[in-house]
Design a protein around this ligand. Sequence first.
Ligand code: XMP
Length: 527
Amino acid sequence: MAAQPPPLPLTSDSDFYLPADAFFSTASKEALTYDDVSLATNYSDILPKQSRLEMALSPSLTLQLPIISADMDTVTEADMAIAMALNGGLGLIHYNMSEKMQIKQVARVKNHVHGLIQDPITVRPDQAIGDVLTLIEDKDFNFRTFPVVNEQGVLVGLLSGRVVKPRYANHSVISAMSPRSEVFTIRESDIAGDPVKAADHFFSAHMGIHKLLVVDDQDRLRGLFTLSDIERITEEASSHTRPARDSVFRLLCGAAISPPRNASGELDRERILGHVSQLIEEGLDVVAVSTAHGHSLGVGETVKLLRSQFPELTIIAGNVTSGEGVEFLAKAGANAIKVGQGPGSICTTRIVAGVGIPQLTALYVASKAAIKHGVAILADGGINKSGDMVKALTLADAVICGGLLAGCKEAPGKIIEINGKLFKEYRGMGSLEAMKAGSAARYGHEKKDSNRKIAAEGVEALKEVSGSIDQTLGQMAGGIQSGMGYLGAKDLKELKQKARYIRVSAAGQREAAPHDVIEIKTSKDKD
Ligand code: XMP
C-alpha cells in the first residue's frame, strides 16, 4: 500500500479564522458564548466614525442604534424609553404595572419633544385651573402650557404655565388665559413642505416667543411648535446622534405584553386587543410579546391575533433559542424575535430549569432560520460590554440590554447608598418579587401562584449607579463602531458578512482584559 502524503501545513488566515457557517459547524458539539470567541480583523478602509449603525426592526421601522432597553420593571419606563429613542435606540416599556399606567407611560414618550406636536393636549375655557393641575398629575405631563379650544376645536386662547399653579386653582381657564388675539399662530398651509424650517424662521423673527400654534382655515387647532423642540431638532441634524423617530417626528416607543388568560384559562383575546388598540392610539410603534418561552402555544396565538388585527404593527416576540422557535414566531407574524434563554445577568433559568443555550451558539442557530424567514433577531441578555455587542451583531440585528442600563439615572427606582457607594435595584422579571408585581405569566405561572412556593427564575440584585444613558450609549456605540472599523465593515450588514471567528482559550480570555497591572482609572471612571 502506498504511503499517505503528510498533511499540508496550515498556512493561511482562512485555516484559522473562520466565517460563521464554517466556524459554528466545526464547533457544533459545544455551545459557545461571547467570551469563548474573538473576532479576527480584516483589511479596512473604514474609520470607526464612518460606520453606520442603522437597523430595520421591520419593513416600516428603523432604529439609528441597534440597542434596545429590556422590558423589565427595573430598567424601562418612560424616562428610559425617551433617553433610548433620543440616542437612536428603543425602549420597551415593561408590563409590571396596570394597563392604564402603561398607556400613560407610552403617551409620555410619544408626547416628548416633537417637531410639530400634531395632537397637542388642550383644555377648555370653562375648566378651572385646578382641573388642569389634576390632568397634569394624572397623566404625568412634564409641560404646563396648554392651547385652549372650544367644543368645535376652535382656538380661543393659550393658557401659560405661569398661571397653572395651586394658588390659582379656583380661577377659570378663560380668566387666566391669553386671549386668541394675543396668541401667535401660523396657517397649516404655510408650513407644508418643511414644517421645522417654517417654525425655525418664525422663532428667529419673534424674539422671546416659545410657542407657535398651527391652525386651519376655520381657526381650528392643528398643531403646536415649541422653540426648544425646534432647537433640539436643528441641533440633531448637525450631530452624529440621530434620535429614533416616527414619520411625524415623535420618538419611537415600544411596550411589552404577556399573553393574559381569562378565568377559564383561555387566551383573553378581548383584553389583548383592547389594550394594544389603546397603546396604538397613543402612538405605540412596537409591541413585544415577551415571555421566557416564546416557542409556545400562547405566544404563537397572541402574535397571530395581533398580526391579524394590526397588519402594519411592528411585533417583537420571544424568547427562543432554536431555529424552529424562530420559524414558529415568524410564521405567526412576528417581525423581530428575541433570542436568549438564561444568559441574563439576573437569570437563573439554566440553574433552575436546566435549559437554555449559551448565547453565541443560540444566535447562530436562530440567525439561520431568521434569514430564511426574513425576520430580524435580537440578542437578548448576557451583554455587559461593547465587545459583546460587536460579537452579537455579527449574527443578530440588534441587542437587548438590562443590566448594562439598570444603573443609569433614567432607570426606574431609587438610588440606595451602601458604605458610601451608590446602587440601584436590578431584579429578574422571574424573581419572586417581580412575579408578585405581575410578571408571573411571563414564566408560565399565574399571578396568584406567586404567593405559594414556585420556582423563581431570577434574582434580586443591585447595580452600581453608572451615570446617564447618553454616556453609556455613547461608549457602547463607540465600541461597536470601533469593532466595525477593525473588521472593515461600513454598516451592520457588512459586519455580518465580514466576521471571522476563533475560539479563545482560558488564558486568552485572561489576556483580553487588563492584566498584570494595578488599575488606577477604569474606563467607567472616565467621565
Ligand atoms: P442582562 O444580561 O442584560 O439580561 O441583564 C436581560 C434579559 O434577561 C432576561 N430576563 C430574565 N431571564 N430570569 C431569566 O431567566 C429572569 O428573572 C429574567 N428577567 C429578565 C430578559 O430577556 C432580559 O431582557
